[in-house]
Design a protein around this ligand. Structure first.
Ligand SMILES: Nc1nc2c(ncn2[C@@H]2O[C@H](COP(=O)(O)OP(=O)(O)OP(=O)(O)O)[C@@H](O)[C@H]2O)c(=O)[nH]1
Ligand SMILES: [Mg+2]
Length: 225
């Protein structure tokens, strides 16, 4: 079997398990947040949870190679958090459907009535793009400090995203980056990708993102009826 065939088999098995996850999540909106290391995923989650303010039942699945640092940060806001350490599963640079299946069962999604499950993927702009987890939407975070050319260098990640959040916009005055060039590069890869500039450290700056999140939730709830 060639390496390509082996990889195709891995993805096929992954998609089968992702299908099971999708069934488990039939009454729950599931978001997969992806980015490079340090782009601000956990910060966005913290401030999103503060804003949601217990209005909805939310569960969070944290993905990292090692440490429970991110789960500890999230536990300050909600109790339903699972930390996946990919090293334990013999993996590394991304979450796969099998890990999410394990986490969903630990969160008891079939019994507890979650409105939203948010997955924070491992910080990486490459591998997470290949692995469908059973989520409804993929949110990509790109921080300004990463540079204008990232859409051109990591096109798949931008192609699979449903929403691009351009983060750390508060740092714009200090950086040698042109957001027009950045957005033009995104358009070359995915012309219709919705983009929003945010600063995840500022809770009040997140209104547009929250509006999108609540819209997705509303649509999922309508779809269930
Ligand atoms: N100035 C500024 N700093 C930010 C912003 N968002 C996040 N940060 C900082 O960026 C650093 C990394 O943020 P995290 O939220 O831990 O990033 P992450 O994507 O979760 O990182 P990994 O999980 O390790 O991949 C922290 O020091 C944050 O305070 C922002 O909008 N502006
Ligand atoms: Mg994090």
């Amino acid at each position: 079997m060639s390496e390509i065939e082996i990889f195709e088999n891995i993805l096929k098995r992954n998609d089968e398990i992702a299908g099971e996850n999708k069934k488990l999540l039939k009454n729950t909106l599931c978001i997969n947040i992806m980015s490079s290391p340090g782009a601000g995923k956990t910060t966005l989650l913290e401030n999103t949870l503060k804003s949601i303010n217990n209005k909805y039942k939310v569960g969070v699945i944290e993905g990292d190679v090692t440490t429970s640092n991110d789960a500890k940060r999230i536990k300050k806001y909600i109790k339903d958090v699972i930390q996946i350490k990919t090293e334990v599963f013999g993996g590394g640079c991304h979450l796969d459907a099998r890990m999410i299946n394990f986490a969903l069962k630990k969160l008891k999604v079939n019994k507890k009535k979650y409105d939203i499950i948010i997955i924070e993927n491992v910080g990486n702009l490459i591998c997470p793009a290949d692995f469908y987890l059973g989520e409804d939407k993929k949110v990509l975070l790109l921080s300004l400090t990463e540079g204008e050319d990232k859409p051109l260098k990591y096109p798949l990640m931008f192609q699979v995203a449903d929403l691009l959040l351009i983060n750390k916009i508060d740092l714009l005055p200090f950086l040698n980056i042109n957001t027009v060039n950045l957005k033009n590069n995104v358009k070359k890869i995915k012309p219709n990708l919705k983009m929003m500039e945010i600063s995840a450290i500022k809770e009040k700056n997140l209104e547009r993102w929250l509006k999108v999140l609540f819209n997705w939730l509303k649509r999922k709830k309508q779809w269930q009826k």
